[in-house]
Design a protein around this ligand. Structure first.
Ligand code: PLP
Length: 392
């Protein structure tokens, strides 16, 4: 297969070669159980603890505050369910937003069925939560605020520092799903004021099936699983040493190149958007143009059908998406795009392009060469589309 152009890094990223190099010994000579007493076990333990230091350093956390998990979904579940289940109060309330990933939304919905009250905050047309709305939603029985750092469809960044201050003032736990932001923009748990933070290795050029949950010291939560005493009794199960080693390496690489990579990728993204907006009339960037990840561009091409666009681009060797990979195939418009006020047909004509470490200026130029014709071809199939007079 000819290597295509991959512009779907929000779905997952290609693993870095040095991540693979860090993982391979864990499948070979360093195969021990990190809980075993003998030398094999000690070597595996050393690998796990080195990775924990790298993840802690990336987040500005203490190593004792990092718990390894199977990924973002588990970390989100463990944080939200863990806080709610540990609370002894009869009335329980959680504040979240309408634009969270399903790992948070469906967890909150499951808790509602158990009698927990949940407020789903609305966002403005740019996809940003207003901290005043968070303040207004607080109740005496609020246990937790769970608000994502960067949205997976739009890339929009939320004002976590302000919300963190609010949470502290009101003595409420604060969790953030930072699966999309970690490794792409600076994430410092002290600066953001979060008590719990979820991340996932495969979004930062690490392996799938590995992630971490930052848990601020002193946070009381009930573990999701029952088992052995691993991870300081926070998460039982034999440690996934290859995955953890890969996550550690991915965190180390991300930190080493954070600022220069953010600059490089955002300039690629800006060039891409400028090229698209110039060549395709009736194209609009969704979400906040400034307050967002350097990697993500969500563009609406009126009168096209998103799925058709993704397939047509794929046939030309370019991978992009209509939104979250886990919602692909759904006939419903994206809950995120609906929440920012897009009409059904506008949401269905929106495409997410997400760049990453391995994208180059050539990728962007090659995409810009084919994209306008693909949009034009799809528009010609729409009974509602009229070519602008200037283009006739
Ligand atoms: N949260 C966000 C914002 C995501 O984008 C994703 C993955 O798409 C997840 C959570 C789930 O992470 P994982 O795939 O590691 O379970």
């Amino acid at each position: 297969m000819k290597p295509g152009i991959y512009l779907d890094n929000s779905a997952t990223t290609r693993m870095d070669e040095s991540v693979l190099e860090a993982m391979l010994p864990c499948f070979r000579q360093n195969f021990g159980n990190a809980s075993s007493v003998h030398l094999f076990g000690q070597e595996a333990r050393a690998t796990v603890e080195a990775a924990r230091r790298s993840v802690a350093e990336l987040l500005g956390a203490d190593t004792r505050e990092i718990v390894f998990t199977s990924g973002g979904t588990e970390s989100d579940n463990a944080a939200i369910v863990g806080i709610v289940e540990a609370a002894r109060s009869a009335a329980k309330h959680v504040i979240t937003t309408a634009i969270e990933h399903h790992a948070v939304l469906n967890t909150c919905q499951a808790l509602e069925k158990r009698g927990v009250s949940v407020t789903y905050l609305r966002v403005g047309s740019s996809g940003v939560v207003d901290p005043d709305d968070v303040r207004r939603a607080l109740r005496p029985e609020t246990l937790l605020i769970s608000i994502m750092h960067a949205n997976n469809e739009l890339g929009t960044l939320q004002p976590l520092e302000e919300i963190g201050r609010l949470a502290r003032e009101h003595d409420v736990y604060f969790h953030t799903d930072a699966v999309q932001s970690v490794g792409k923009v600076p994430v410092d748990v002290e600066k953001l004021g979060v008590d719990l933070l979820a991340l996932s290795a495969h979004k930062l050029h690490g392996p799938k099936g590995a992630g971490a949950l930052y848990i601020r010291r002193g946070t009381v939560l009930r573990p999701l699983l029952y088992g052995g005493h691993h991870e300081r009794d926070r998460r039982p199960g034999t440690e996934n040493t290859p995955g953890i080693a890969g996550l550690g390496k991915a965190a180390e690489l991300a930190l080493a190149h954070l600022e220069e990579e953010a600059r490089r990728v955002s300039s690629l993204r800006d060039r891409f958007e400028e090229g698209v907006l110039r060549a395709v009339p009736g194209s609009v960037v969704n979400g906040d143009p400034a307050r967002r990840l350097p990697t993500t561009s969500n563009i609406r091409f009126d009168y096209i059908e998103g799925e058709g666009f993704v397939i047509a681009m794929d046939l030309r060797g370019i991978a992009c998406s209509t939104g979250a990979a886990c919602s692909s195939g759904s006939l419903e418009p994206s809950h995120v795009l609906s929440a920012i006020g897009l009409k059904h047909e506008q949401a269905r004509s929106s495409i997410r392009f997400s760049l990453g470490r391995f994208n180059t200026a050539e990728d962007v130029e090659a995409t810009l060469e084919v994209l306008p014709a693909v949009v034009e071809q799809l528009r010609s199939l729409s009974p509602h589309y009229r070519k602008p007079a200037a283009a006739l």
